[in-house]
Design a protein around this ligand. Sequence first.
Ligand SMILES: [Zn+2]
Length: 167
Amino acid sequence: RYQRMMARRKPQNGQAASKGYREAKRQTAKLHRKVAAQRTDTGRKWAKQVVRDHDAIAVEDFRPKFLAKSTMAHKAADAAISATKRALVEMARKHGRAVHLVHPAHTTMDCAMCGARTKHALPLSERTYTCTACGAVSPRDKNSARVMLVRAGLNPTGVDLVSPATC
Ligand SMILES: [Zn+2]
């Protein structure tokens, strides 16, 4: 709404911005600050919960490219994943928890049970991972999470996973 107000009140080239335009701009900035603060807050609360409930944490060491064109990259940038991850690493350091940064390549293609790699990346719509080598079947995200634990040198059996669903 405030951005629409800004567009309507946009000054002509070479003209000073009107009072109404400046006010709309101020409101826009205020809202953006609010959203940023809410995301930081949610990220910290989630990180705190994870750090409190778990002794060892493994997370993908990905570097988000904000200019990347894939849908997943857009979603990652929008959901402030990197900010949440930063909060997790920070919180873990503060509370003396080990955070294992795992190489992110092929975490969705490897089998957590036998280590075999599928020949092709699964489409995002495919939510179940089925291993062609050992026949293991598990939910896609759970398989990836177990792969990360294995790569971090942790034992994935009996590990309960906390989902960032509240973010
Ligand atoms: Zn397998």
